[in-house]
Design a protein around this ligand. Structure first.
Ligand code: NCD
Ligand code: ZN
Ligand code: ZN
Ligand code: ZN
Length: 357
């Protein structure tokens, strides 16, 4: 048996409020615990999007009623909320800026709006960006001009990881995350993922891009699932939304890479726990750990999962390494395939009373 700290997933789409047929705080956090994730950071591209005090309260109320693991909510950067968002910085995971087209209404087109957000958002609070290719080069410049640290979501290509390497070598405080689907899937998997099933942003990249991510593992600060559930009906529909679920499959895939000698246990713990904690300033979860049987072999099957979207792009993948038990703040919350935590037992790690409830 191996014991590791509770996994922190800094990039999860919970879908509540607004799209609970895809997922909600109950099902997302059940999937999280089944995947060894004891703390998640929730993205703001919900309906309505989380961009002000009222919508933040709406999201936090749903979370407080239904979450089974600990969490914080991101605030979304909008066209008009730079000044009003800043005072909320202490209550959220960070500010999320969508700078390229993806799912949801939060894309920021205007460079002057980016500048406004970097001007107002407190320098100690995290800013995370969806920025692909040349957009990434542009936002790195804007962040440097404002001396604000930058966290880059879901890096997928060789040019992006090399750009981040170059910025780090200049001493700029830039960090990044990579998803399991960009590490373990490429354009060569697309024939297996027909219709809209293969749609995800950033898109699955060429095998040489995937290789570049592995070759530059030292530049990758975090692993993040970008768990982005959509139903199969939607994925096969006329305008398939981009996004893959990932909460339950991530750790088994990393453990399979561990068994195959591609990752060390330290590589996994650094990127799933130590670095997310440091980058986002997250508290320790006392008496919290994940127990693993590193020898157990199996196969990824969506049918075994808790996510409401009920599919996975990794269907049938052989895996080695099984999560046998998860303990969160002293409570057994997952054992032998069963989620035991009740809805409403998860806590907001940004709330002042996080550990005194
Ligand atoms: C995400 C979603 O569905 O919310 N989709 C995706 O393809 N990654 C949005 C995002 O993270 O860009
Ligand atoms: Zn202003
Ligand atoms: Zn994104
Ligand atoms: Zn996302």
């Amino acid at each position: 048996m191996i014991q590791i700290p509770g996994i922190i997933d800094p990039h999860v789409h919970v879908r509540e409020p607004g799209a609970t047929h895809k997922e909600d705080w109950d099902s997302a956090t059940a999937a999280a615990l089944a995947g060894g994730v004891t703390m998640l950071l929730a993205m703001p591209n919900t309906r309505p999007p989380v961009t002000d005090a009222d919508t933040l309260q709406l999201a936090l109320d749903s979370a407080s009623a239904r979450a089974r693991c600990d969490y914080a909510q991101f605030l979304g950067a909008g066209a008009d909320n730079a000044a009003s968002a800043a005072p909320l910085a202490g209550r959220v995971a960070g500010l999320k800026m969508y700078l390229d087209q993806t799912y949801g209404p939060l894309r920021l087109d205007e460079l002057h709006t980016w500048m406004e957000h970097f001007t107002h958002w407190p320098e100690t609070a995290p800013i995370a960006v969806h920025a692909e290719g040349r957009t990434l080069a542009a936002v790195i410049l804007v962040a440097m001009l404002h001396d604000h640290p930058l966290h880059v979501c879901h890096v997928a290509t060789q040019e992006e990881i090399l750009l981040i390497r170059a910025a780090k070598e200049k001493g700029f405080p830039i960090t990044c995350e990579v998803t399991p689907h960009h590490l373990f899937l490429s354009t060569e998997d697309l024939p297996r993922l027909p219709g809209g099933r293969g749609e995800v942003r950033p898109r699955l990249a060429r095998p040489q891009d995937v290789q570049a991510l592995w070759d530059n593992l030292d530049v990758i600060d975090c692993f993040a699932t970008d768990h982005a559930p959509h139903t199969l009906a939607e994925k096969y529909g006329p305008n398939p939304p981009p996004g893959f679920p990932g909460l339950e499959t991530a750790l088994p895939l990393y453990l399979t890479a561990l068994a195959g000698g591609r990752l060390t246990l330290d590589d996994i713990i650094t990127r799933c726990y130590t670095n997310p904690r440091r980058i986002f300033g997250l508290p320790e979860q006392p008496q919290t750990w994940v127990e693993i049987d590193p020898a157990a072999r199996g196969e990824i099957r969506a049918a075994d999962g808790y996510t409401r979207c009920a599919w996975t792009p990794f269907e049938g993948f052989p895996v080695q390494g099984k999560i046998t038990r998860v303990v969160l703040r002293g409570q057994e919350v997952f054992k032998n395939g069963q989620v035991l935590a009740q809805p409403g037992t998860g806590r907001d790690i940004r709330s002042r009373s996080y550990l005194s409830q």
